[in-house]
Design a protein around this ligand. Structure first.
Ligand code: G6P
Length: 369
């Protein structure tokens, strides 16, 4: 069993370490150095097709849904098409407004999640065009969608998704760049900037994986807590949701993710001495706002671990611990910032003696409603 795990103690930590390769593989032959376009031979959507699209729905469950939230920010920013994100079990029962001018993007690691598949079928019945992002070749979702963009994460065994999530993010960037270039809303200069930074992500992810000490220490000190709060703004909020899900799934700690600007509207009432707060502050234009939010929780006794890009030293003055991420574009930050959050969940679960790869009550793939 240890051989299968490549010398790692659990599949989850093995898969966390496979992320640099998974990111790279998912970009391969689609985004390339010095090539001024996204190559998507697997997607047949034409410029004319895109002109008729007035709205995009991204529909998924669990971790894939969190990748969808990042997708919304990114597609709206780069392709300027309105995007709505929904969990599949809500989407399918709320009479969504779908017609032939709708583009649906379904995201599913397994390609077999019952609600996601049902949402896809519903969209197709109403004439929508469907692109699937999935990790399993020939899965139901892949077979039934009009177009498929495979993530090349390789088989994911641990119930808690890690490498599939980062490749779903990469797929979202690829689609956003593709759509933005196709409809002319993304300039070639901006395309090149993002492309070049994306190509550096595998190396930066690798570097981050070697910076585990701060995380391990925070986990070793705080694993006893019953509640944790994850806060962030913009894309950091999307990542906060995923970080909180990871810790819930495998360590059974109650964790809530909040858009930091919403703190005052409820959760701040729960901040008391010693409560761990995980603060993401990678979005440049929101950095000062995050600093104020961190100060607000610190003033109430929270123990804060922050995540920010290298060079933002101010954050260490208001945090108990800081993990510095190698610099990249704010828009690409989720690919890096999620890694230490996965590690935090992992080390916390290990400290608590939990069954990391097979958490209670959860299944890798939910094929019944
Ligand atoms: C289950 C898994 C999650 C996963 C979700 C959606 O809940 O435990 O890790 O995110 O299903 O799965 P899918 O295969 O559709 O991405």
């Amino acid at each position: 069993a240890s051989a299968e795990k490549g010398g790692y103690e659990h599949f989850m930590i093995k898969e966390i370490h496979e992320q640099p390769k998974a990111i790279k593989d998912t970009m391969t032959s689609r985004i390339m150095m010095d090539v001024d376009e996204v190559k998507l031979d697997d997607i047949k959507l034409t410029k004319e097709d895109l002109e008729s699209i007035s709205k995009i729905y991204i529909v998924a469950c669990g971790t894939a849904y969190h990748a969808g939230i990042v997708g919304k920010y990114v597609i709206e920013r780069l392709a300027k098409i309105p995007v709505e994100v929904d969990v599949a079990s809500e989407f399918r029962y709320r009479n969504p407004l779908i017609n032939k001018n709708t583009l649906m993007i379904v995201v599913s690691q397994s390609g077999e999640t019952a609600d996601t598949l049902a949402a896809l079928r519903l969209a197709k019945e109403h004439g929508a065009r469907v692109i699937a992002i999935t990790n399993v070749v020939g899965s139901s979702v892949a077979r039934e969608a009009d177009d498929v963009l495979y993530t090349w994460a390789g088989p994911e065994i641990a119930v808690a998704s890690t490498k599939a999530y980062v490749t779903q993010l990469i797929a979202m960037y690829i689609i956003a760049l593709y759509l933005g270039r196709l409809n002319g809303n993304l300039s070639i200069e901006e395309f090149r900037l993002i492309r070049d930074e994306m190509l550096k992500l595998p190396e930066k992810a690798e570097y981050l994986l070697n910076q585990k000490e701060t995380i391990q220490k925070f986990a070793a000190t705080h694993y006893v807590h019953k509640d944790m709060f994850y806060i962030g703004r913009g894309l950091d909020f999307a990542v906060a949701l995923e970080g909180a899900l990871k810790i819930k799934e495998i360590s059974y700690i109650h964790a809530e993710a909040y858009a930091a600007g919403e703190l005052k509207h409820g959760p701040i009432a729960l901040i008391d001495k010693g409560v761990p707060v995980i603060a993401l502050a990678t979005q440049e234009e929101l950095f000062e706002k995050m600093l104020s939010n961190i100060k607000e929780v610190v003033a109430r006794g929270a123990h804060v671990i922050s995540f920010a890009f290298e060079g933002n030293d101010d954050i260490s003055k208001v945090s108990d611990a800081v993990v510095y991420l190698p610099k990249t574009l704010s828009i690409l930050a989720p690919v890096l910032s999620v890694i230490p959050l996965q590690l935090l969940a992992y080390y916390t679960a290990v400290e608590r003696g939990c069954d990391v790869d097979k958490p209670r009550n959860l299944a890798k793939s939910v094929t019944v409603e």
